[in-house]
Design a protein around this ligand. Structure first.
Ligand code: 5GP
Length: 186
């Protein structure tokens, strides 16, 4: 996808700069501790890969796949764990890394679920925060950008499981996206 798709909201350079700042802060906050970073799939994988490379202490990583949206653009209201952690997190310092928080349902569910596994500490890091849409309160410790309520894609975020590979974040233009998806060879 060489041409600009969607309405760019956050550029590649802006993301790079902010991820570096978050990495520096997390490095300082967790110096000398045993940090386990948990990537929430699929949406956070691009952010996670960049973030871990901007953290300059030893970290271990694990992955969880959850789903709350299905294929659409609004929450189904229920969080489903599709795949769980591979290692125990008891007595570890845990940092959950998520792509975006909207109503807060997914993160509050993950927070409660992982806290019950008795980690030493548990914190949350999100790339994007749709603050105005919050229904479920969850304390978020690290936030990349606060954005408006539009549905966004790119840098890991999808529309119908596509467009995660855009290197920037764009507001979804549903008409343009559908046109592109429908014109592919089958
Ligand atoms: P919440 O549970 O906070 O309502 O929704 C969080 C989840 O919904 C995110 O992990 C993400 O998968 C999805 N989501 C929320 N807003 C957007 C958006 O603007 N774009 C995309 N692609 N996914 C979103």
């Amino acid at each position: 996808m060489k041409r600009i798709f969607g309405k760019p909201l956050i550029t590649q350079m802006e993301i790079e700069k902010r991820v570096k700042e978050l990495g520096t802060k997390i490095t300082a906050d967790y110096e000398g501790r045993e940090l386990v970073m948990i990537c929430i799939l699929k949406g956070a994988y691009v952010f996670f890969a960049d973030l871990v490379r901007n953290i300059h202490i030893p970290v271990s990583v694990d992955f969880m796949m959850v789903s709350s949206y299905g294929a659409g653009t609004s929450s189904t209201g229920a969080v489903k764990i599709i795949s769980d952690l591979s290692e125990a997190i008891k007595d570890k310092d845990v940092l959950i890394v998520e792509d975006i928080v909207d109503s807060g349902l997914t993160l509050s569910y993950l927070y409660k679920t992982l806290r019950s596994k008795k980690p030493k500490t548990i914190k949350l890091c999100v790339l994007l925060d749709k603050l105005e849409r919050r229904k479920y309160e969850t304390p978020i410790d690290y936030i990349g950008f606060t954005i408006q309520t539009n549905f966004v894609i790119g840098y890991g975020l999808d529309y119908k499981d596509n467009f995660r590979n855009l290197p920037y974040i764009a507001v979804l233009d549903e008409g343009e996206a559908e046109q592109l998806l429908n014109h592919r060879e089958r």
